[in-house]
Design a protein around this ligand. Structure first.
Ligand code: X6L
Ligand code: MG
Ligand code: MG
Length: 172
């Protein structure tokens, strides 16, 4: 099955956590990472008094059930040091299931499509780069259309990996 995941990090070496999460997912039997979006740097929303995030999206192929996919995503979060403290607070890594094929799932533990993805520019702008024509099975509009309509795009920018470490200029 084709599925889409959202990754986010705003603690420590954010790029390291994104790369490590992708590697851990790819190492999982039953998950193949097909495509990675570019990385975006995004102002925190929800609880705004926290560091900027790096966000990206992944296209995977999976033979796992939606429940097993979520279970693996949460296990990778834990492996990468995520500790759930304040709600909406800073985290080393967050892995959300956005779409699982065109399935609509509403259980105690899992809602797919992700119930707020259409409201979140930090999800939609990365996703648009890899899945512009994907249709939301409930809203019946494409990712491209959702991205055009979403608010908060001013807080979301393509991230350029720094080429070199920071240097200090010693003045006398
Ligand atoms: C009013 C009420 C407006 C709640 C927004 C939005 C709450 C997003 C939670 C909200 C509201 C969230 C990330 C983030 C979080 C992330 C960026 C959440 C959960 N995760 N900000 N804030 N990237 N930029 O991955 O998404 S907390
Ligand atoms: Mg999230
Ligand atoms: Mg999450």
């Amino acid at each position: 099955m084709d599925a889409y995941l959202a990754l986010g990090s705003n603690l420590g070496d954010r790029q390291h956590y994104l790369r490590s999460a992708i590697k851990a997912l790819q190492m999982t039997e039953g998950i193949t990472v097909v495509q990675e979006s570019p990385v975006f740097e995004t102002a925190a929303v929800g609880y705004t008094n926290q560091p900027d995030f790096l966000n990206m999206a992944l296209h995977i192929k999976t033979t796992l059930t939606p429940e097993k996919l979520l279970e693996r995503a949460l296990a990778v979060e834990t492996e990468l040091g995520r500790v759930r403290e304040i709600k909406w607070g800073p985290r080393t890594i967050d892995i959300d299931v956005l779409f699982y094929g065109r399935l609509i799932i509403n259980t105690e533990t899992l809602i797919v499509p992700h119930p707020f993805l259409h409201e979140r520019a930090f999800v939609l702008l990365p996703l648009r780069d890899i899945a512009p024509d994907w249709v939301h099975p409930l809203l019946r509009i494409t990712v491209h259309e959702m991205a055009e309509q979403v608010s908060g795009k001013e807080g979301v920018h393509r991230w350029e990996k720094p080429l070199v470490n920071d240097c200090v200029h010693i003045e006398n």
